[in-house]
Write a protein that binds this ligand. Structure first.
Ligand SMILES: NC(=O)c1ccc[n+]([C@@H]2O[C@H](COP(=O)([O-])OP(=O)(O)OC[C@H]3O[C@@H](n4cnc5c(N)ncnc54)[C@H](O)[C@@H]3O)[C@@H](O)[C@H]2O)c1
Length: 389
């Protein structure tokens, strides 16, 4: 156990902040949820208590635990509430300036040994802490949505973060009963970087008229064993969030064509066709609407699945080459962060690096686009007939 009773302050009472607060609360922490908007605090309190009662009704926690949790949590619109925090986790809006201001304000009010963590999805950790005096205690703790359920947390040290802080974070994440991986402070960290082709290549295949949304979704589930197809998943995540992550990763990768967003999704974003939450995205979710049937052709499905899978494997190989994370953490992150049926590097070993390379080379030569550029690591692996494990 990392702590007796750790004082955790979560800033931002939105979807992520509320979920993170629940996790800390259920794992022996005292928690303060801070937000500058009262309405957000009220909504967060309601959601958190409703969820705790649901857990109790299902027999997952006792009524006493619910009462204890209620005693151990408070909601505040005053920044003074951060005083006494041992761990501060920021989950406010994704805006650099706003996050930087909050970090410098908070730093003035907490002890020197309080860890200052950000849950940012797409900003650099070092830039968020850039104005802090003690930058060795600033770190990324990237939870996945919904935070109460998803087991993965990416720990993202910046160039200034101390190893001691990383070690403490590992202990805290263990005590939260979550799975920690360590990711380099680079755009998209592990999961949001490697997963890009699952969406982008699927849209490209649709744009080329190879297959419709339902058929591509079916192909990935049937042939790849993925739990959700790319289009139903984008509609579930929200095309606003998914598009913005793609756009940010693309910009921050200095416009590397491999991460280029698609016009199709941009239009959905512009038209507020966000998916489930707005009732329409790639599919129609209105009452009485029926989901389209896929065209079940085995050969086409295998081709689609192989193309997307090889693009994903290429991303993981490149992430390994560039030391974004260890091979174990890369595979763990994709299975625990986005529920992939297998680690992509392990999957590459099964398919054979030479076969993956052949698919990518064919695409690269046919299209002449940098998007399909094979990772040098895959080339080495294929040449040496090597495996990752
Ligand atoms: N939603 C996701 O899928 C997801 C997943 C992982 C990480 N994240 C990251 O988590 C963070 C929060 O995302 P979210 O989806 O929970 O957002 P959200 O919009 O649901 O909640 C943000 C909250 O921050 C509050 N807020 C805004 N400015 C503030 C300030 N200056 N001080 C205090 N409170 C302020 C708002 O009132 C709101 O309640 C973002 O950095 C996002 O990138 C989101």
């Amino acid at each position: 156990m990392a702590h007796e009773k750790l004082n955790v302050v979560v800033a931002g009472a939105g979807a992520m902040g509320t979920g993170i607060a629940q996790v800390a609360l259920l794992n022996n922490c005292r928690v303060v949820v801070y937000d500058s908007y009262d309405a957000a605090l009220q909504k967060s309190e309601q959601k958190l208590f409703t969820d705790l009662h649901k857990l109790s009704e299902k027999g997952k926690i006792t009524a006493e635990v619910v009462e204890q949790c209620k005693k151990n949590i408070s909601f505040s619109n005053s920044l003074n509430s951060v005083t006494g925090a041992g761990l501060f986790i920021e989950a406010i809006i994704e805006d650099l300036q706003t996050k930087q201001n909050l970090f410098t304000d908070v730093e003035r009010m907490v002890d020197d040994n309080c860890i200052l963590a950000t849950n940012t999805s797409s900003l650099s950790v070092i830039s968020i802490g850039a104005n802090c005096k003690k930058q060795d205690r600033v770190v990324g703790l990237h939870f996945f949505n919904p935070a109460a359920i998803m087991p993965l947390v990416e720990i993202v040290p910046s160039l200034n973060t101390s190893q001691a802080v990383v070690e403490k974070c590992k202990l805290v994440i263990d005590s939260f009963k979550k799975i920690a991986v360590i990711a380099k402070d680079t755009p998209g960290f592990i999961v949001n970087r490697i997963a890009r082709p699952y969406y982008g290549e699927a849209i490209r295949i649709y744009e080329e008229g190879v297959a419709n949304f339902a058929t591509i979704d079916w192909a990935m589930k049937e042939k790849g064993g993925f739990k959700m197809g790319p289009f139903e998943l984008m509609d579930f995540i929200g095309n606003d969030i998914n598009y913005k992550v793609t756009e940010t990763v693309f910009e921050q990768m200095f416009y590397d064509q491999r991460y280029k967003p698609s016009q199709t999704q941009k239009r959905l974003y512009e038209g507020k066709l966000f998916g489930r939450k707005t009732g329409k995205g790639y599919f129609n979710y209105a009452d009485g609407a029926t989901m389209p049937e896929p065209l079940k052709n085995d050969k086409t499905a295998e081709k689609i699945c192989n193309r997307i899978l090889c693009m994903l494997i290429n991303e993981s190989a490149d992430a390994l080459l560039l030391n974004i994370a260890t091979k174990e953490d890369i595979d763990l992150a994709m299975t625990k962060g986005v529920n992939y049926p297998k680690g992509l590097l392990k999957w590459c070993d099964e398919i054979g690096a030479a076969n993956v390379l052949a698919t990518l080379t064919e695409l690269f030569e046919w299209y002449g686009e940098d998007r399909y550029r094979p990772s040098p690591l895959l080339k080495t692996m294929a040449k040496q007939k090597a495996t990752f494990y």
